[in-house]
Design a protein around this ligand. Structure first.
Ligand SMILES: [Zn+2]
Length: 295
Protein backbone atom coordinates (compact mmCIF):
# COMPACT_ATOMS: atom_id res chain seq x y z
CA UNK A 1 0.00 0.00 0.00
CA UNK A 2 2.71 2.42 1.07
CA UNK A 3 4.66 1.50 -1.98
CA UNK A 4 1.63 2.24 -4.25
CA UNK A 5 1.11 5.65 -2.64
CA UNK A 6 4.71 6.66 -3.04
CA UNK A 7 4.67 5.45 -6.64
CA UNK A 8 1.63 7.63 -7.33
CA UNK A 9 3.26 10.60 -5.60
CA UNK A 10 6.41 10.22 -7.61
CA UNK A 11 4.37 9.93 -10.81
CA UNK A 12 2.42 13.06 -9.85
CA UNK A 13 5.59 14.97 -9.10
CA UNK A 14 7.09 13.84 -12.38
CA UNK A 15 3.98 14.98 -14.28
CA UNK A 16 4.14 18.33 -12.49
CA UNK A 17 7.79 18.74 -13.39
CA UNK A 18 7.02 17.90 -17.01
CA UNK A 19 4.18 20.41 -17.24
CA UNK A 20 6.39 23.08 -15.67
CA UNK A 21 8.95 22.32 -18.34
CA UNK A 22 6.36 22.42 -21.13
CA UNK A 23 5.05 25.82 -20.04
CA UNK A 24 7.89 28.28 -19.51
CA UNK A 25 7.38 31.11 -17.04
CA UNK A 26 4.99 33.77 -18.41
CA UNK A 27 6.82 36.69 -19.97
CA UNK A 28 5.92 39.85 -18.04
CA UNK A 29 3.78 42.33 -19.99
CA UNK A 30 6.23 45.15 -19.32
CA UNK A 31 10.01 45.03 -19.10
CA UNK A 32 12.79 47.60 -19.15
CA UNK A 33 16.32 46.52 -20.02
CA UNK A 34 19.55 48.45 -20.30
CA UNK A 35 21.35 47.98 -23.59
CA UNK A 36 24.61 46.21 -22.85
CA UNK A 37 27.75 48.33 -23.05
CA UNK A 38 25.93 51.70 -22.91
CA UNK A 39 25.77 54.32 -20.16
CA UNK A 40 22.10 55.19 -20.44
CA UNK A 41 20.36 53.48 -23.37
CA UNK A 42 17.31 51.43 -22.42
CA UNK A 43 14.61 49.41 -24.14
CA UNK A 44 11.08 49.67 -22.80
CA UNK A 45 8.91 46.73 -23.88
CA UNK A 46 5.13 46.53 -23.51
CA UNK A 47 3.81 43.23 -24.88
CA UNK A 48 5.05 42.82 -28.43
CA UNK A 49 6.01 46.49 -28.86
CA UNK A 50 9.12 48.24 -27.68
CA UNK A 51 10.97 51.53 -27.87
CA UNK A 52 14.25 53.10 -26.87
CA UNK A 53 14.88 55.72 -24.23
CA UNK A 54 18.10 57.48 -23.37
CA UNK A 55 19.02 58.83 -19.97
CA UNK A 56 21.44 61.76 -20.19
CA UNK A 57 22.96 64.04 -17.56
CA UNK A 58 20.28 66.67 -18.22
CA UNK A 59 17.19 64.55 -18.77
CA UNK A 60 15.58 61.75 -20.71
CA UNK A 61 14.89 61.39 -24.42
CA UNK A 62 12.04 58.89 -24.82
CA UNK A 63 10.59 57.44 -28.02
CA UNK A 64 7.31 55.73 -29.04
CA UNK A 65 4.84 55.38 -26.13
CA UNK A 66 3.51 52.08 -27.66
CA UNK A 67 0.15 52.64 -25.96
CA UNK A 68 -2.36 51.45 -28.58
CA UNK A 69 -5.18 49.53 -26.83
CA UNK A 70 -3.36 50.03 -23.52
CA UNK A 71 -5.07 52.85 -21.64
CA UNK A 72 -2.34 52.97 -18.96
CA UNK A 73 0.51 52.22 -21.38
CA UNK A 74 1.92 55.76 -21.51
CA UNK A 75 1.88 56.17 -17.74
CA UNK A 76 3.34 52.66 -17.31
CA UNK A 77 6.23 53.72 -19.54
CA UNK A 78 6.78 56.95 -17.57
CA UNK A 79 6.73 54.90 -14.34
CA UNK A 80 9.38 52.56 -15.76
CA UNK A 81 11.59 55.55 -16.63
CA UNK A 82 11.08 56.82 -13.08
CA UNK A 83 12.50 53.55 -11.71
CA UNK A 84 15.75 54.31 -13.56
CA UNK A 85 16.09 58.08 -13.09
CA UNK A 86 14.33 61.10 -11.57
CA UNK A 87 15.71 63.37 -14.31
CA UNK A 88 13.05 65.24 -16.33
CA UNK A 89 11.66 63.65 -19.49
CA UNK A 90 12.55 66.31 -22.03
CA UNK A 91 11.54 64.72 -25.33
CA UNK A 92 9.18 62.12 -26.74
CA UNK A 93 9.97 61.23 -30.35
CA UNK A 94 7.65 59.25 -32.63
CA UNK A 95 9.31 56.78 -34.98
CA UNK A 96 6.30 57.16 -37.32
CA UNK A 97 2.62 57.98 -37.01
CA UNK A 98 1.09 54.48 -36.69
CA UNK A 99 -1.01 54.33 -33.53
CA UNK A 100 0.46 51.06 -32.24
CA UNK A 101 3.71 52.99 -31.74
CA UNK A 102 2.59 56.62 -31.31
CA UNK A 103 -0.47 56.29 -29.04
CA UNK A 104 -0.15 57.00 -25.32
CA UNK A 105 1.88 60.22 -25.29
CA UNK A 106 -0.32 62.19 -22.88
CA UNK A 107 1.56 60.97 -19.79
CA UNK A 108 4.77 62.27 -21.35
CA UNK A 109 3.21 65.65 -22.18
CA UNK A 110 1.95 65.87 -18.60
CA UNK A 111 5.49 65.11 -17.42
CA UNK A 112 6.71 68.09 -19.46
CA UNK A 113 8.10 66.39 -22.57
CA UNK A 114 8.22 68.07 -25.98
CA UNK A 115 6.75 65.72 -28.60
CA UNK A 116 8.76 65.53 -31.83
CA UNK A 117 7.91 63.73 -35.10
CA UNK A 118 8.45 63.91 -38.85
CA UNK A 119 6.27 66.57 -40.49
CA UNK A 120 4.19 63.97 -42.36
CA UNK A 121 3.41 62.24 -39.06
CA UNK A 122 1.92 65.47 -37.76
CA UNK A 123 -0.05 66.03 -40.98
CA UNK A 124 -1.55 62.54 -40.77
CA UNK A 125 -2.29 62.67 -37.03
CA UNK A 126 -3.93 66.10 -37.40
CA UNK A 127 -6.43 64.61 -39.88
CA UNK A 128 -7.03 61.36 -38.01
CA UNK A 129 -7.55 62.96 -34.57
CA UNK A 130 -7.00 59.70 -32.67
CA UNK A 131 -8.12 60.43 -29.09
CA UNK A 132 -5.18 58.48 -27.66
CA UNK A 133 -2.43 60.04 -29.77
CA UNK A 134 -0.94 63.40 -28.88
CA UNK A 135 -0.04 65.73 -31.76
CA UNK A 136 3.67 66.57 -32.09
CA UNK A 137 4.79 69.94 -30.70
CA UNK A 138 7.71 70.14 -33.09
CA UNK A 139 8.25 68.62 -36.50
CA UNK A 140 11.37 67.41 -38.28
CA UNK A 141 11.81 68.29 -41.95
CA UNK A 142 13.16 65.83 -44.53
CA UNK A 143 16.60 67.28 -43.80
CA UNK A 144 16.52 65.75 -40.30
CA UNK A 145 17.54 67.11 -36.92
CA UNK A 146 20.00 66.27 -34.15
CA UNK A 147 18.78 66.46 -30.58
CA UNK A 148 21.54 67.17 -28.08
CA UNK A 149 20.89 66.77 -24.38
CA UNK A 150 23.29 66.32 -21.48
CA UNK A 151 26.21 65.48 -23.75
CA UNK A 152 24.24 62.90 -25.78
CA UNK A 153 23.43 63.39 -29.45
CA UNK A 154 20.52 61.64 -31.10
CA UNK A 155 20.29 62.02 -34.86
CA UNK A 156 16.84 61.93 -36.43
CA UNK A 157 17.02 61.32 -40.17
CA UNK A 158 14.49 60.82 -42.94
CA UNK A 159 15.25 58.51 -45.86
CA UNK A 160 12.06 58.53 -47.89
CA UNK A 161 9.14 56.14 -48.06
CA UNK A 162 9.47 52.70 -46.49
CA UNK A 163 6.96 50.87 -44.27
CA UNK A 164 5.38 54.29 -43.69
CA UNK A 165 5.74 57.77 -45.15
CA UNK A 166 6.72 59.37 -41.83
CA UNK A 167 9.57 57.25 -40.48
CA UNK A 168 12.45 58.86 -38.64
CA UNK A 169 15.58 56.74 -38.25
CA UNK A 170 17.10 57.48 -34.83
CA UNK A 171 20.83 57.06 -34.42
CA UNK A 172 23.11 57.40 -31.42
CA UNK A 173 26.48 58.11 -33.08
CA UNK A 174 28.60 57.49 -29.98
CA UNK A 175 26.95 54.15 -29.17
CA UNK A 176 26.52 53.24 -32.86
CA UNK A 177 22.94 52.19 -32.15
CA UNK A 178 19.93 52.83 -34.37
CA UNK A 179 16.23 52.57 -33.57
CA UNK A 180 14.21 51.76 -36.68
CA UNK A 181 10.60 50.68 -36.38
CA UNK A 182 8.71 48.19 -38.57
CA UNK A 183 10.70 48.37 -41.83
CA UNK A 184 13.50 46.15 -40.49
CA UNK A 185 12.15 43.23 -38.42
CA UNK A 186 15.07 41.33 -36.90
CA UNK A 187 15.22 37.76 -38.20
CA UNK A 188 11.48 37.68 -38.86
CA UNK A 189 9.28 37.57 -41.93
CA UNK A 190 7.28 40.81 -42.21
CA UNK A 191 3.49 40.49 -41.95
CA UNK A 192 0.90 43.14 -41.16
CA UNK A 193 3.53 45.81 -41.65
CA UNK A 194 3.17 45.16 -45.41
CA UNK A 195 -0.28 46.78 -45.48
CA UNK A 196 0.94 50.27 -46.31
CA UNK A 197 4.44 49.29 -47.33
CA UNK A 198 6.11 51.10 -50.23
CA UNK A 199 7.99 48.20 -51.87
CA UNK A 200 10.41 49.87 -54.28
CA UNK A 201 11.16 52.85 -52.05
CA UNK A 202 11.69 50.58 -49.03
CA UNK A 203 14.58 48.84 -50.78
CA UNK A 204 16.25 52.21 -51.30
CA UNK A 205 15.47 53.14 -47.69
CA UNK A 206 17.18 49.99 -46.37
CA UNK A 207 20.23 50.64 -48.54
CA UNK A 208 20.47 54.15 -47.07
CA UNK A 209 20.11 52.81 -43.53
CA UNK A 210 22.82 50.24 -44.26
CA UNK A 211 25.13 53.08 -45.35
CA UNK A 212 24.83 54.79 -41.93
CA UNK A 213 27.44 54.12 -39.26
CA UNK A 214 25.96 51.69 -36.70
CA UNK A 215 26.54 48.27 -35.18
CA UNK A 216 23.29 47.47 -33.40
CA UNK A 217 19.65 47.97 -34.35
CA UNK A 218 16.80 48.19 -31.85
CA UNK A 219 13.59 47.07 -33.60
CA UNK A 220 10.08 48.32 -32.69
CA UNK A 221 8.95 44.74 -32.07
CA UNK A 222 11.16 42.41 -30.06
CA UNK A 223 13.36 40.15 -32.18
CA UNK A 224 13.68 36.43 -31.49
CA UNK A 225 15.18 36.03 -28.02
CA UNK A 226 15.01 39.83 -27.67
CA UNK A 227 18.19 40.12 -29.64
CA UNK A 228 19.18 43.36 -31.35
CA UNK A 229 19.73 43.49 -35.09
CA UNK A 230 22.97 43.74 -37.03
CA UNK A 231 23.81 44.99 -40.51
CA UNK A 232 23.53 41.37 -41.64
CA UNK A 233 19.92 41.31 -40.41
CA UNK A 234 19.17 44.46 -42.40
CA UNK A 235 20.89 42.98 -45.46
CA UNK A 236 18.91 39.72 -45.04
CA UNK A 237 15.63 41.65 -44.79
CA UNK A 238 16.48 43.54 -47.98
CA UNK A 239 17.26 40.22 -49.69
CA UNK A 240 13.94 38.73 -48.52
CA UNK A 241 12.05 41.68 -50.00
CA UNK A 242 13.99 41.47 -53.25
CA UNK A 243 13.35 37.70 -53.46
CA UNK A 244 9.64 38.19 -52.76
CA UNK A 245 9.42 40.99 -55.30
CA UNK A 246 11.08 38.90 -58.04
CA UNK A 247 8.76 35.91 -57.41
CA UNK A 248 5.68 38.10 -57.33
CA UNK A 249 6.63 39.99 -60.47
CA UNK A 250 6.54 36.72 -62.43
CA UNK A 251 3.22 35.59 -60.91
CA UNK A 252 1.62 39.01 -61.36
CA UNK A 253 2.59 39.14 -65.01
CA UNK A 254 1.05 35.66 -65.42
CA UNK A 255 -2.24 37.16 -64.19
CA UNK A 256 -2.21 35.32 -60.85
CA UNK A 257 -3.06 38.30 -58.62
CA UNK A 258 -4.74 38.27 -56.15
CA UNK A 259 -5.86 34.94 -54.71
CA UNK A 260 -3.79 32.41 -56.71
CA UNK A 261 -0.61 34.37 -56.04
CA UNK A 262 -1.40 34.66 -52.33
CA UNK A 263 -1.79 30.88 -52.16
CA UNK A 264 1.19 30.03 -54.36
CA UNK A 265 3.91 32.32 -53.04
CA UNK A 266 6.67 30.30 -51.38
CA UNK A 267 10.04 31.60 -50.21
CA UNK A 268 11.50 28.34 -48.96
CA UNK A 269 14.82 29.98 -48.03
CA UNK A 270 12.98 31.74 -45.19
CA UNK A 271 10.77 28.83 -44.08
CA UNK A 272 12.45 28.58 -40.68
CA UNK A 273 12.00 32.30 -39.90
CA UNK A 274 9.28 33.23 -37.41
CA UNK A 275 6.19 34.69 -39.08
CA UNK A 276 6.70 32.76 -42.34
CA UNK A 277 3.27 31.14 -42.74
CA UNK A 278 1.28 34.19 -41.60
CA UNK A 279 3.43 36.73 -43.41
CA UNK A 280 3.54 35.24 -46.91
CA UNK A 281 -0.05 36.05 -47.99
CA UNK A 282 0.39 39.63 -46.77
CA UNK A 283 3.66 39.97 -48.65
CA UNK A 284 2.02 38.49 -51.76
CA UNK A 285 -0.91 40.89 -51.49
CA UNK A 286 1.32 43.94 -51.28
CA UNK A 287 3.48 42.88 -54.21
CA UNK A 288 0.33 42.07 -56.20
CA UNK A 289 -0.50 45.71 -55.65
CA UNK A 290 2.84 46.65 -57.18
CA UNK A 291 3.33 44.12 -60.00
CA UNK A 292 -0.33 43.28 -60.65
CA UNK A 293 -1.78 46.78 -60.44
CA UNK A 294 1.13 49.17 -60.73
CA UNK A 295 0.73 50.75 -57.34
ZN1 LIG B 1 4.02 50.95 -38.48
Amino acid sequence: MLRTVSCISIAALFALALSAQAQPAQRPQIATTKVEGTDGVYIFRNGNHQSMFVVTGDGVIATDPVGYGRPTGGQDYVNEIRKVTDKPIKYLIYSHHHFDHAAGGKAFKDAGATVVAHHVAKERLAVLKDPHTVLPDEVVSDKGRTITLGGTSLELSYHGLNHSDSTLVMRLPKEKIIFVVDTLPVGQVPGRGMIDFHPLEAEEFIKKVLALDWDRLIPGHPGVGDRLGSKKDAQDQLQLLQDASAEMKVMAQQGKCWEPAEKELKLSKYESWPGYAGGLPLIARRYCGLWGRGT
